[in-house]
Structures are given as C-alpha cells and as structure tokens.
Design a protein around this ligand. Sequence first.
Ligand code: NI
Length: 497
Amino acid sequence: MRIGLTVAALAVTVAGLSACTGARPAAPSTTAPAAAGDLHKIRTVTPAWIAGLRIVNDSGNAASCRWATSYPAVPGAEALTLALRRSARTRLDDLLENRGGDGSTGACQTSDSHAELNISFSFLAASGDVVGVRLVTIQQPAAGDGVSAGTYWFDGRTRREVPATALISPQAADRLVAALSKALSGRPGVTDNDVREALAPQYRSATLRDMAFTQGGDLVVEIPRGTVAPGPVGPQRVMLSRTQVAPLLSDFGRRAQDQALHPQQRLDLSAPPVPSSSPTATPSPPNVPAVDCLHVKCVALTFDDGPGPYTASLLATLARHGARATFFVTGQNATYHADLIRQEAAAGHEIGNHSWSHPDLTRLSTRQAHDQLGRTDQAVQASIGRAPTLFRPPYGAQNAAVRAGAARPVILWSVDTQDWKYRDRVKVARTAIAQVRPGDIILMHDIHPTSVAAVPQILTTLKSRGYHFVSVSQLFGGAPLSAGTVYGDNPRAFGRN
Ligand code: NI
C-alpha cells in the first residue's frame, strides 16, 4: 500500500484505499453500487480546429508490466502540457521504479502477473480561451476496476494551468461543499463523516480533481473510488444543475461553462501562430511494380501506436526507398492526426487497427473491447474513407474473445526490435537486421524518434541483401487471411525454408 504520495500525484492507485484523502473506510455495504455511471454525460469535443495539436505517446511491453500513455500538447497551453506530462510521468514512475521513501515498490518490480498502466484522454473544452482535458488512468492489478480520472484546465487569460476546483469561486467553496454533502448524504456506503473529512479544506483539491460540464452546462463532479465510500461501492458522481452551479462559478468557471453551452469553433490562447503545416501535396501511390513474395525476398515493416510527431519523417524515408509498410494506429491518434493517416494511405501503406487507447483487451469486457475497435474503425474511416481490414492487439495480448471480437485477421510479428526499450537507433537497426528472415513481420513503433532514425539503416542494408519491403497484405501475396486467425509471419514466403 502506498500512503505517502502527495495528493497532486493522482494517488488513488489501488481501488479501495481511502488513505490518500485521510477518510476512514466505512463499513462495507451490501447494497447496489450508487455510482451514477452514465447518467450524467460530460461533454467531450474533438477539436479539429487547433492548428499544431500533437498527441504525446509512450508505451512499453516488458515481461511483467505494460504501459501506454497519451496526452495532448496544445500550442499556446504549455503549462497544461507540462501538468499532463507530469501526471503521466508520475504514474509511470510509480509503475516502473523502486520507490524509496514510502517503502513501496513499483509494480514492474514486484508483480507476478502483468501490471498494466493505461492513460488516455479526452477534451472537455478547447475553444474560446478555455482548454479542459480529462485523463483517465487504468492501473492493473487493482482491487476494483483500477480506473481513476482527473481533469486539467487551462485559462488562456492568465495562461495558467488550473485545477478543477478553479471552476468554483473561492467565496463559494463552502456552498459547493454543502451542495455535494447534501447530494451524497444517504447514498449506500457513504457516511457523512467520510464526506466531511474528504471535503475538508486540506483534502478538497484531491477529492474534487474531476469536474466537468455537460452539454447543458450542468457540472458533474466525480469523487474517486474509495474516498467517501468503500472501494467496491465505486466512484461517486454528483451533478449540480446549471442553475444550481451558476452562482458558485468563478470567472474562469463561467467561461468554461459558456464554452460547453455555446462553444466557439476556435481556440484563442493568444499564442504565437503555429505555422500551418503546408498542405502536403498528397502524392499518388508510387508506381511500384507488384511484388510477388513467393518469388522474391520480402519483409513487412510494421509501425505501431502512431501516428505521431515523427511519422512524417518516416514517410519521407520510406518514400525515398520505395518501401511499403503497415501502420497499426490507435484511434485516438488517428483522430487527432488525420492528415498523417491520409498521407500514409496515399503513399500506398497499409493501415491496421490497434485499438482506441491501447489497453490490454484481454482485461476488458466484450463490450469495451468492441468499443475500442469500433471507435478506431470510425476514426480511420473518417480520414481515408475505409476502415482497416487488419488488427493487431495492443501488446499482442489476445485470447479467444479478443480474436472473435476482432472479426478480422489478427496480425502479430516474428521480429521484435524492442525499440521501446532500447531507444537507440543503432541497436534497433542491428536487432532488426540480425534477426530478419524472408517472410518476417518486424515490430517497431513510430512514436519513438530513435525507431524512425533506425529505418534508413534497415532499408539500406536489407535492400542490399535482396529484400523487398511490403505491406502485411502483400507479404501474404493476396492469399486470403481469415478473420480471427493469428498471423506472425508468412512461412510460405520465398527464401524462407
Ligand atoms: Ni502497441
């Protein structure tokens, strides 16, 4: 158990702990969970209008722990980006490292089963002079579902990142506490004493770190699991209606609410203008003669988890060498980097589905896993007009349910460059070159600059050895791949033996 973390560290890592707020666990309740669940839907947006918006990704797949983190970097809101990075970094450090002070050890060091950290995001607002981002963290193993969330706000007028509590006027803090206490009172598992303690001034910012508006301007406050009720009862959602919350809002809160009610389709942070990426002339697919992998040496390079800031440079390298590749993209990145997906497709590369936010799908319900693939299909479809026909599960983690749910071929790999670990151009290139055989599928990630930098060496060396660089579908030479079947290479490819 960790009990020494600062409240800023989004400290609820194990469901059921209430130590981080100081609230005592109440007696376990046998009644049904009181969490309002989907009742009050917070408003989220996909701000295609932000020039220069980037998504920052990281991922790793070690023997005993896996992680995938993502957050947006909005030009002009650097303080927000820093806060998001700090939050992701803190959680990742918790997972990876031996922690000194509090005596706990990162799950990667201790776990006998897979530990997993997943951080995904959504925009709550990104217009006017307001940006709001909600980070959702899933950490496993956990006593409950391992889910926790926090909202991060940016005030373009002061150019400051502010916590969720900044939506409320300091003078109205006590009235907010009274309204929340009233709403929580009598809920199964919730005791007035725990509520009082969790909402005491010194714990308030930790308890109220997740606040967002609905489309109708109501304020939804989600109090973390294990804070005012025992972990199994779940998080507690409270909705304050638009009229109820109006007198409590700060000036910033009013502007944030206004962007929920009457959103502008532009963001004005008085930031220095971002050079609009010159509309890259979409090149028509290069006239590469059809490659028959039954008669020439072939290899399929695959790049996962993007697209991201280094993808454009990778595309230029591939084009210079006349190489085709396959990109297994996450839906989250496909949404915010639609232009890059279009460039990938226009250059003749293949696009595969790699889930929405990169969780281990074997840990999700059938419905959640379906949602992860479906949203990604929609994102890719929206940018290139067709959904991916191939699927690669995050971490390669799959079981019968995942394979069935994928409803398309499941593509793994036969050479793992472990580029997420090395972060070393020379080592990544050497690994790929040393291990490759004809018919192989090589796993890399275009979210790492070192991986992208390794590609020229891989292409030059393997080309000199007679290899052709093809997409996954080309590697199988048009032989139909079956839905739900796992493929790691093409053993029938030329030169394989
Ligand atoms: Ni991946």
